[in-house]
Design a protein around this ligand. Sequence first.
Ligand code: AMP
Ligand code: ZN
Length: 119
Amino acid sequence: MNGVNAMPAPDCIFCKIVNGELPAEKVYEDDRIIAFKDISPKAKIHILAVPRQHITSLATLQPDNSALISHLMMQLSKIAREQGLPEGFRTVINTGPAGGQLVNHLHAHILGGSKLTVM
Ligand code: AMP
Ligand code: ZN
């Protein structure tokens, strides 16, 4: 852990989901990350995968977050497969206000279940 990304943020809804203070439809969890259904799905299947540790965004990553971020990335295809997306999915990570990030706790969107437009 490091000073920048070490503490739960008091008003962070994803920290509250991690701590069990807010409900979520969890589909995966381990000691470092959880994944749950997006409350306002933008695709037939829309999952959010988040580190348990409060990290604000990709823009605040510190060198000692690398193992955690690697772990998060490594689990995405497994989570997608378990959610019925064996043939592929889209991963989106919004960063900062100009990047469309609304919840300031790093999260990867997993989207799929219907044909997605080519980007
Ligand atoms: P972003 O714009 O990348 O920050 O995405 C935030 C996502 O969090 C949006 O897709 C929201 O629908 C989703 N979201 C917000 N609150 C909740 C919640 N309580 N449970 C599940 N998903 C949520
Ligand atoms: Zn948080």
